[in-house]
Structures are given as structure tokens and as C-alpha cells.
Design a protein around this ligand. Sequence first.
Ligand code: ADP
Ligand code: ZN
Ligand code: ZN
Length: 744
Amino acid sequence: MAYAQVVVEIASAQVDRVFDYVIPEELRDRICPGMRVRVPFGLKELEGYVMAITESSDVPAGRLRPIGRLLDDDPAILPPLMELARWMVSQYHCLWVEALRLMIPAQMRGQRVKEKTARAARLVLSGPDALSLAQLWQKRAPQQALALRSLVEAGGEGVCASLPGPASVWRALEKKGVVTLFEQRIYRTPARLATPECPVTLTGEQRAALDKLIPALQTGGGRFLLHGVTGSGKTEIYLACARQALAMGKGVIILVPEIALTPQMVARFTGAFGALAAVLHSRLSAGERLDEWQRIRQGEARVVIGARSAVFAPLMSPGLIVVDEEHEPSYLSEHRPCYHAIEVADQRCRREGAVLLLGSATPSLEHYRQAQAGGLTLLRLSRRAIATGGMPRVELVDMRRELAAGNRSVISGSLYDALCQCLARGEQALLFLNRRGYASFVSCRACGYVERCELCDLSMTYHKGRDELICHYCGSTRPVPEICPSCGSRSIRYFGGGTQKVQEEMERLFPEVKTLRMDADTTSGKEGHLKIYEAFRDHQAQVLIGTQMIAKGLDFPMVTVVGVVAADQTLFLPDYRAAERTFQLVAQVAGRAGRARRPGRVIVQCYTPEHYALKAAANHDYEGFYRQEIEIRRADGFPPFTRFLRLVFSHEDEDACQKDMQEALSQMRVACAQHIEWGSSIVMLEGTPAPLTRIRALYRYQLLMKIYPEPYGRQIEEALAEMARRSAPYGSQVAMEINPQSMV
Ligand code: ADP
Ligand code: ZN
Ligand code: ZN
């Protein structure tokens, strides 16, 4: 007898294990691990994943039921990806089915999307024979003659709809025994731009980086951090490495933060690799997504470009995984399972003998620290590839002075002057506004004072409902001040102001200049970003105003002025990464200016020009920023020195939610008392309402803690995961997040 161990398609802790099934005689030769099957389960029939085939089962034979049928001819999940799922379960404390679901497009489950086919014709005769027949029929049956000739030209096979002649003509040809008709699989491929390849002579720095990367690709392993300033030509390195991997018969995965925001990267790769390239992201239609996935699975596409979930692309033998803009928060999944795509990429590379290449102009502190310790090989591109003017000049403008001088506009005098000159020269400008995070903080427009928690030194968050300020790290509260405690001004208010306001202001200041706005409101629809992007590229507007959407990856040679409307907006988010995020954003935005032959100018408006993150960003001084920031993290016990853990409780009933949080807190205290050795490994912070206290009618409370990895970190995390897994006594849902990227 043979048995299959199957994980069924129900995301519940109760059925989070394999179930044994008997393999019917007729399936025995075809079934293998990684295939999807239909199986009886209770009174229902469910989809499931074959995890293993065994010779014996612990369940008495009489109680086993047979597999219903196979859903795949070939395993949908390749063996290395089955192993990766296994790793995900232990690493992220997720359910089996949650890990397996990541390995296939959602559309495959429940066969919600059908494969598309089309009627196609294949020549039965030889080419010359067919041509002489066509010659013969030229008079009597000109349509058939034409169809036949076109089929010969197409190489003897083709989809009827794309050849001349209606269906009746093809049926007639089939009747005559000249062609056979059959249903051919059609792949729906998404519309995309393709930038034609233009060979460049690599710079010395690019060459030096490749001299390290190519041998690593050849030997099949290595981990690299490419620290290259904006415009230094990192893409050229990715392309060269991809070519090398392909030449070795391997596949390539390029991860980008969000596909819609990086149209140029996609265009470069589709331009270079044509049909060998596939694109995976959430904005594809269901059919496109399924088909792109299958082109990869069949080996027709070997270069995959996509957002974080593309790390699970079914490539047969990946030789290279690139993570561009590796510092971006979007690589951490905010849905269950909360995996980090870079950790997964690293794991996949190690298991499949591929090179991991992380790239950024502003590497995350964590990876830069790893590079310093030798865990990642650091490669540097310190100069721009073509910009003759070098890095753009960055000016910090003190908005407190603007107010003192009577300018109440969101556009400072310096920015106004820079825009006047730029627009008069017929060049383009970007205006950037930061709207990350929903938390609002209170600040003084006259002196820049921000209400901070005395215990945590992090800015306090204004809660509208309660009309008070709360520290989201320790829970202390304070009333909202009416006058500034620092300077006595009444201009103390909530930070805010959106892109729309900036656009109105621009229209007032420059009535004749055309502006475009890119934010969550203007980019709905499948290709919303692409349209705005193309309009700006084609100079239909001179100024593009946007949120962080416009911060990354764009390469417009005519952009010479970049304005950051309020750079400190991120600086005072209640997040230990606030300084890092601000540095990254200013550096990235500044990187959009003066990328070609014209020099760039960057105006950064802020209330705290003396802040080290802003000063370092203005000086293009990553190293300097890193040295200061890493010491602060070390002193305060934040990542990368600890793992920052958050348990989020959600419940319809606020009281129950808070009680569950309190209950968990006291349980943790008991556990810590029992394991006194944990004492030095864990720092418990208070439980507080989550910054977004209510989402979709659910109240949310959170419990935060810092965990030092050695020596008991793993043990403590296991205990917490177990706690999160058991539902809370008052019925709250509990989610555990490790180093959550956003604290809302
Ligand atoms: P990054 O991704 O590092 O910000 P890009 O890869 O977008 O930079 O390159 C910036 C610009 O420089 C692009 O227009 C690119 O075509 C050009 N470029 C890159 N390398 C070279 C080179 N060796 N010679 C000429 N132009 C180059
Ligand atoms: Zn003040
Ligand atoms: Zn506090």
C-alpha cells in the first residue's frame, strides 16, 4: 500500500498537520509531493497539498479514505519550495497551509481562474507542398490560399485568430486534410514598457563590483550588499549579473519594493530579456498573474521581476536573487504569515546555491552592520555614473524662520526661487510630501517644538477621540497644550497638510504651470501610476507632486529641482526608526534630482535643520549617519541589537480587548518570574492602545517588548508565539509581529 500525507486547505490551528490518505491504484504512478489534490474531509471535499508519499501509516487502514483526484499534472510546488515552506513554518510560527499558499498564485486555489486557450492550426504537409497547393487554389479559393501561405510563413503553426481568414476557412482547410486544428494554451501577459537595451562602458567602480560578483555566481553562492549612491548605476550591475546567471542556465529573481512605483526598473529588464522576463505583482489581473506564474513554472520565463511575494517564484534553479532598495519597509509582509522577504531570499539562496545581492543608496542599519561584521560582502559605488555635476546640492530650509519672516505658505522663499529658475529654463521639478503613517503629532510652527514622552523620548501621538496625547511605547498620557511650552506661541497645532494643498498652492503661485499629483487618490485603477508617470516623462506637466510614491527609483533626466515640503514629518513618528526613515527618504528624494547632465538642486524644508539625520542627508553622508544612529540603537536597546516584538490584540469590544492585553501582560510577568534567567534577555514595555486604535470596527491594543537574541531570545519568542496561538480568554484575536515595519 502507498499513502499520501496531505495538508488540507483550511487555515486553522486545529487542522494544522498532515492527514494520511490512501493512494488509489490508478494514481500511484503519477502522484508526487508538491501536487495539489482533492480529498474527502469530514463531510466535505477539500483541496490539499501532498507533503510526502509513505509506505505505511499509523492510522488503521480501515479508517483511511482515498485521495479523490489530482489537480496538477506536474507538482505545483517544486521540492526546494516545499522545503522553504517547512522553514517558514518554524521561522515565522505560521500554519502549514499559510506557508504553502505563498507558493502558488491565489487564483489556482479553487480553480477560480481558467487557463485560456485558442483555436490554432498546424500544417500537415511540408512547407513547399503547402505553397504549391496555395498556388493551385489561388483562383478558386483565394482565402484558403492566403491562409495557407501565412501559416507557412508563421513556421507551420499558429493561432487562427492572428492569421488571415475566418474560422470557416480554417475548417475547410482541415477538411481537406491540409492542416489540423487544436486548442493551444494562450498566456495573458501584462502590458509593460520595455526600454531598449543600450550597451554602456562600465565605470571603474562598476567593474570592480562585478569582479567580485561574477566569480560568486560561477561558484554558486555569496551574499553581497551593494551600497551605491543614487544614480551610480546599480541597475547596470543587476543586468550584468542576470546575464551571467542566464548564461549558466540559471534563473534570476529581482525584487523591487512595489512594482507600480518602479516602472523604469521593470522596463529595463523587459527591454533586456524580452519574453524571458516575467512580472509578478498584485495589480495584475487574475488571468495575467496565473499565466505569468505558469510561464515561470514551465521554464519559459527565467527572469522574474516582482514585489516581495515574487521571492517564491517557481524558478527551477535560481542563480541570483537581487533585492533592490533593500531598506524599504514593504519587504516585510504585514499580513499573516509576517515574513521578511529578504530573510526568505537569503534562505532560498543558501538552499539553492544562489547569490544574494542587496542594493541600496541608503542600506538598512541592520544590513550595513552585517556588512561591517563580514556577513555580507560590501560593494561600493560612490559616484554617479553619468551626472557631470555630481551629487545635487542640498539646502535645509528652516521653516521657523519663514514663519517669523511672515511667509505662511507651505512653499519657502528658497523653494520658490529654485522653482522659478527651473521652470523658466523649461526643466522639471518634483515636490515631495511625506504622508507615511497615520499618527499625528503636535508641533509648534513658531519654534519647531514637538511634544515628546519624558520616559521614551519619542513623540506623542494625538488621539482625536480622547483629545489627548499618548505615548505608544510606554502608555503615558498628557493633555494637548494650547500654547507652546517652549516659546509660548499659539501656533501649536497638528502636523498635516496633504498633496492637494500643495497643488493648490502651486497653482496659486504659478498659474501657468501644469502640475500632476501622484498619491493614493490619483492612482487608483490598474495602471494609475503608469499613466501619471508617462505623462510626466512626456513633459505633459512640469511639476510632479507626490507622496513617498515618487521617492524611489524614478530616473527623469529633466528633473533638476526637488523640494521636500516638510521633511520632519517622519522624524517625529512614534517609531524607533523615525530618524532612519527620514534620512532614507531625504537621500532617496534628493537622488531624483540632476541625474543627467544638468546639475540638481534639492530644497529640504523642515523645522529642525539641526537634527543629525537631516544634516547627514544634506551632506550625502551615509557613514556619518550610520555611526550616530547605531550608537543610539545600542544604548536604547532597539534593533538590530534586539528583536522588537509586538503583540496586537483586536476585538469588537474595547473592554475585552484591553483585558486580554492585561492578561497576556501578567502571564508574561509570571513566566519571567519563573524563568529568572530570562531577565537579561527581555525588556517589557507597557500595554497601550495601538496607534490606530480602531480598524474596521475592531479595537486594538498592543504589547511591546524588546528581546535580546542571546541566550534566551528564541525561548522567549516560542513562549510568546504559543501565547498568541491560543486564543485570549476574552476572545481577542492575537497577532505577533517581529520588528514590525509600521507601528500603526
Ligand atoms: P541607480 O539605480 O544606482 O540609482 P541607475 O542604474 O538608474 O542608478 O543609473 C543611473 C543612470 O546612469 C541611468 O540613466 C543609467 O542608464 C546610467 N548609467 C549607468 N551606468 C552607466 C555607465 N557605465 N555609463 C553610462 N551611463 C550609465
Ligand atoms: Zn514654540
Ligand atoms: Zn513613553
